[in-house]
Design a protein around this ligand. Sequence first.
Ligand SMILES: *Cc1c(COP(=O)(O)O)cnc(C)c1O
Length: 413
Amino acid sequence: MTTESGFTTALVHRDRRRTHSFGAVHQPVYPSVEYAFTDARELTAVFQGKAGYTYSRQGTPTTSALEDKLTHMEGGIATVSFATGMAALSAVFFTLLKAGDHIVSSHHIFGNTNSLLGTLADFGVSVSFVDATHVEAVESALQENTRMVFVESLANPGTQIPDMARIGRLCNDRNILFVLDGTLTTAWLLKGQTVGAALVVNSLSKLFGGHGNALGGAVTDTGCFNWEKYPNISASYRNGDPRGWGLKQVKKKGLRDMGGTLSSDAAHRLAAGVETLPLRMAQACHNALSLARTLQDHPRVQAVRYPGLLSHPQHERAKTLFGSHFGTLLAVELQQDIDVFDFLNRLDVFALATHLGDNRTLVLPVAHTIYHEMGAARRQEMGIADNLLRISVGIEDTRDLLDDFSQALDISE
Ligand SMILES: *Cc1c(COP(=O)(O)O)cnc(C)c1O
């Protein structure tokens, strides 16, 4: 494939051009658990690091094809796929950090990642949560033992956008690993490499696959980081090209040892889903902006948070980093006198469901669901009001979404 192909062209044609098998336009789905060899020397060579397959906990040709697509999308050097986004994040934190290390994390993060970082703290890694929309907050939290800074490119549900370019420079100056969860932007809106992120984590279950029919996750090395300077790479993985050291450790410890492996079936569904990512995202971003603009003036709406609105605190940053699209996630706070449950029950097109980046528009009252476990104090810190709705905007006809929200809102209680 020529490097000049556009983003969508590459997505649509990459599988058939990768390897030829009868002209199939999709990569084959390999269900095989083990891989048999006719030459014992070859078997040994693959065990010792030669490219190939031995046991599918460490991947199959189908997962490799998907990883290749992601690496290309991110403009990175390599990718390792996992069963879920959380498996990918767990692998990054548990294989690249050690007891005694310190990590700085944005406090505007996915609830389950927040909980995972709590588990990490139980294993002796200390965590500082900061407001990463200001690089100064990240910088002042750094310690001598800080190994990693973690942020999400677009926070769920508050839509905060960290000062990624400056955080990237700060981390690169100090040899700190900058890990970016790019799930809500995807490489279509932002390539982690352009802000100096060393590793980009993607939940493939969301926008990437898009159809709500497969879970998956991945870690991509962007090539920005010098692994020779990272103290936590085991001696056994400090060999060969240093650019590959980080992901080698993530793959061996995180996939082989921990076992959160993506199945070939799921990899196939995700690879087919991602072919339409740019089209789906363009429509969903358009819908989200239309909803945001309409709702911000509605008398029964307290506040709308969407990076495409002038009122969004990081609107200028969003324009610089993302261009002319602002994501598919919207946070809407209803007036306090509205019963949020009655309102939700009146919706027809919007599906009441958790999940993000689906073709269908999904809505959730976040304080009572995904942020219930963390308690009122931490919710207040994160700016999560009781009447806050998270809306993951889908690809429906714009008019249907606007009409449905209005009819549910305009009924007086
Ligand atoms: C959903 C999500 C994850 C976890 O992904 P799963 O595939 O559901 O495990 C991680 N980060 C962000 C930002 C997410 O939205």
